[in-house]
Design a protein. Sequence first.
Length: 205
Amino acid sequence: MRRQSVRIELDFYLLAIKLDYDKDKNFGQTTFVHTDAFVYLDQPGDFLQRDIQHQMPGYHILIDAGLFRKIAKKYSFTYYNNHEGLFITKEEQQIITDLFKKALNEFEGNEHFSKGIVIHYASFILSYIQKFYSRQFDTREELYNTTVGDFYKNLEAFYDDEQNALKVPSVSYFSDMANLSPNYFGDLIKHYTGRSPQEHSLPVI
């Protein structure tokens, strides 16, 4: 049975892991990754609308923006787009699920549960997400080597235009051509080359 909801704007953080997801939906899956679970973080200002064929099992934590904003902003992946999801292995799934379960146990099993403890578990989850994104970059090497190669070509083409001689290209200039968010693109380039897109532009200037 299809489940639909109205479109709403979030004023809180939604940290979630989905298991046995609907593979008909486009969450960023590629031919290089085949998993049944993914994790994501929606943040204040994001719009949320559900349209799914079946309910996906999993866990989620809803956190007040004021309590979690400073922690979440430390991680560049919080600015990734929805189609740049993190798909996790069975071993990673166990680690993440265990942290969600511990947060749930603290919330449900303690009459005077500690917000601080739940937030610490959420913070641990973010740390693991950052680590697992690095692994995901490695497993998509064939795909992303092409992205890096295209970046170098586009950078060279930018400065081949005399009108751009004194200009500094933005990260979004290149990320838009790669159909990626600026943060995901920047992290990808730095992961494979050791330098950010901005640092690559400096020698050209």
